[in-house]
Design a protein around this ligand. Structure first.
Ligand SMILES: NC(=O)c1ccc[n+]([C@@H]2O[C@H](COP(=O)([O-])OP(=O)(O)OC[C@H]3O[C@@H](n4cnc5c(N)ncnc54)[C@H](O)[C@@H]3O)[C@@H](O)[C@H]2O)c1
Length: 246
């Protein structure tokens, strides 16, 4: 138990499982109180029970603009503030080439992964300004840096998140609100679990752990990152930056 986030209040979307749950646990271990905001009620309630009074589960579908206002208001009511927002919820469509992706698949992936983060960012500004600042972290992916076959919706959402991050950082820096993106590679959790992947091309020849992504989130959320905004931080074992040729 450390105190790098002591006294802070965080909201983590998609916080009930996978990488999001690792971030929730890491934030609590550093002294933050955390709202687990997710559609998954059973998993959300279980994590709340594990973390006792340091966490509260609130049901949120990030694609529903009106639910954001309620969840942010309830966060402030419950814990007194909102200092940190992690836009972590994301989803994929089935692997298929661009000409086979349906309207519904495209809309779902973009609305959860990109529009939801916009709604969240917009909703967080007023409470963060009331505190004199804050930190917003968007969970992008190295698939927002390079394309990948069968994944047009996901690559577009993650690439879009990078743009949202930089534009919001430009708007909000004057208010003390920092906005950064984390770009994980293959992580052994959630949607990355059991995925077929050529790990021989990754310099650190293994998948990442959700705790390794959470460690980056703790840093970006903390005062240690006080001069860091509009940044992109890979947690990918070197996958996007280097290739192992043989
Ligand atoms: N696992 C990986 O290898 C990997 C790699 C790069 C980026 N990411 C990103 O990390 C984030 C977390 O992914 P994960 O691997 O933990 O997968 P996951 O599927 O376990 O987590 C996604 C969470 O988001 C929630 N969610 C989905 N739609 C939602 C909605 N409309 N409203 C609220 N919550 C919703 C789910 O219930 C789930 O708890 C995602 O943005 C994903 O794109 C994951």
């Amino acid at each position: 138990m450390g105190g790098r986030l002591a006294g802070k209040v965080a909201l983590v979307t998609g916080g009930a499982g996978g990488i999001g749950a690792a971030i929730v646990r890491a934030f609590v271990s550093q002294g933050a109180r955390v709202v687990i905001a997710d559609r998954a009620e059973d998993a959300g309630h279980r994590l709340q029970a594990e973390l006792c009074e340091m966490a509260r589960f609130l049901r949120l579908d990030v694609t529903r603009s009106e639910q954001w206002a309620d969840v942010v208001a309830e966060t402030v009511e419950t814990f007194g503030a909102l200092d940190i927002l992690v836009n972590n919820a994301g989803t994929v469509h089935a692997l298929k080439p661009v000409d086979k992706v349906t309207d519904a698949e495209w809309d779902m992936v973009l609305s959860v992964g990109l529009t939801g983060a916009f709604y969240g960012t917009r909703a967080a500004v007023a409470p963060m300004r009331a505190r004199g600042g804050g930190a917003i972290i968007n969970m992008a992916s190295i698939m927002g840096l390079h394309g990948a076959n069968g994944s047009v919706g996901y690559c577009a959402a993650k690439s879009g998140l990078r743009g949202l991050t930089k534009a919001a950082a430009a708007d909000l820096g004057r208010h003390g609100i920092r906005v950064n993106a984390i770009l994980p590679g293959l992580i052994d959790a959630g949607m990355g679990k059991g995925l077929e992947y050529n790990l021989r091309q990754v310099p650190i020849r293994r998948a990442g752990l959700p705790e390794e992504v959470a460690a980056m989130a703790v840093f970006l959320a903390s005062e240690e990152a006080s001069y860091t905004t509009a940044g992109e931080f890979t947690v990918d074992g070197g996958d996007a930056g280097a290739r192992v040729l043989g």
